[in-house]
Design a protein around this ligand. Structure first.
Ligand SMILES: [Zn+2]
Length: 405
């Protein structure tokens, strides 16, 4: 009788032990290391851990084909020298992984010196209980909120709800600049049609900084322009750490014809035309390109088959090239006109993109998309700060273009 009373306790110990063993892998008899992605933007699958060698790969989920986004944290590895091996496909960019020692608030590139083929090495500093690594510099809703905090009560800023996602999240709709409905021009900026393309959001921050600054440009924007900004078109994908690119059956940037399947794209298509009232003159959809390769380490605009639209983008490109002051150098010659590289007719049969949809709106001067590399732009390091600086350059070019068109 007595023994049976203790059985439930014994069983619960066994269960606890098995549960812990499933989620923590002993490294030494006195230490354990844990690896997970259970936080906004997280993405990893751990294959196995062999002492200091960790074998893992990115979680593709509903991606058609391959992609390269991942973001995970390591805990309980102080002073340990670890090697991380990506087991399935190319997933480390040209400056190595990004690393954060403050739970994802600030990041630096680890550098290609730490990388060997599809692995990287890292020694966790003393007194650092958690290290985060990612393909690039993550940007999720918490980062947007931190950036917006000082602007919450600014009279030239307001945040509204664009829609609710299928998973119940709110998609933000930001209005920045002249908000009394009497602006001369309107500008639409969108990010994260592809969930993993996070560097675009730092550029968006740079534009907002200019519009809400005390500078001459800031004052001009607040008198003349209303910006509509959608920082996370694929909000669920951003928060859940999806690749987003080439999502099955099609991704958010191929959802701009017939009946849209994503609530945020439906909402953009129904909100933007009446909001524009023919005054939406510039629409830029911000993206990040492929992991590496000849066209993917430069900032460039993506050419449209509409010759007049493209002529205007090229004119805007000339202005941007002339006025830029930041370290991320843009060169018009790096643009990819329609018909070149990957930008061909075949790419247009997959479903209408946001850039193409905006280029067809009544009154638009140009609608386009821009690609901002994850790590390397014309040999310059892409970071949160250099990308913001590029956003300030983009804003300056918009002012000159709008004033002179
Ligand atoms: Zn994209």
């Amino acid at each position: 009788m007595r023994r049976t009373r203790y059985w439930p306790i014994f069983l619960s110990w066994i269960t606890l032990f098995v549960f812990q063993a499933a989620f923590t892998v002993p490294i030494r008899s006195d230490e354990t290391i844990t690896i997970d992605a259970d936080f906004p933007g997280g993405n990893i699958i751990v294959d196995r851990i062999e002492v200091d060698q960790i074998f893992l790969h990115q979680d593709l989920r509903d991606t058609k084909g391959d992609w390269f986004y991942w973001y995970f944290r390591v805990r309980g590895a102080e002073r340990r020298s670890l090697v991380f091996y990506f087991t399935q496909s190319s997933a480390i960019g040209v400056r190595g992984p990004a690393v954060s020692l403050d739970e994802g608030k600030t990041w630096r590139w680890l550098g290609k010196e730490a990388v060997h083929e599809q692995s990287f090495r890292y020694t966790v500093p003393d007194s650092i209980p958690e290290v985060r690594f990612s393909f690039a510099i993550p940007y999720v809703e918490a980062d947007l909120n931190a950036f917006l905090t000082p602007y919450r009560d600014h009279p030239n800023f307001k945040i509204e709800k664009l829609c609710q996602t299928n998973k119940g999240r709110i998609v933000e709709r930001l209005h920045v600049g002249r908000l009394d409905g009497r602006s001369e021009h309107r500008v639409l900026l969108t990010c994260r049609h592809h969930a993993c393309e996070m560097m675009a959001n730092f550029v968006l921050e740079g534009v907002m900084e200019t519009v809400l600054s005390e500078s001459d440009d800031g004052q001009w924007f607040r008198e003349q322009i209303e910006f509509l900004m959608i920082p996370f078109v694929d909000k669920d994908g951003v928060e859940e750490g999806d690749q987003g690119k080439n999502r099955i059956p099609h991704d958010h940037n191929r959802d701009y014809e017939s009946i849209s399947i994503y609530p945020s794209v439906q909402a953009i298509r129904s909100f933007v035309p009446p909001w524009s009232t023919g005054k939406l003159h510039i629409a830029i959809d911000l993206h990040c390109p492929y992991i590496s390769g000849p066209n993917n380490e430069n900032i460039y605009f993506v050419g449209s088959p509409d010759a007049e639209n493209w002529k205007r983008v090229e004119r805007f490109s000339e202005i941007l090239e002339q006025v830029q002051t930041g370290p991320l150098i843009f060169r018009k010659k790096n643009n990819i006109p329609f018909g070149q590289a990957w930008n061909t007719a075949g790419n247009y049969t997959a479903g209408k993109s946001c850039g193409r949809w905006t280029s067809e709106l009544a009154g638009i001067w140009f609608g386009t998309s821009i690609e901002i590399p994850y790590a390397n732009a014309n040999d310059c390091e892409v970071t949160a700060e250099t990308a913001r600086w590029f956003g300030r350059d983009l804003a300056k070019a918009m002012r000159i273009y709008l004033e002179n068109q």
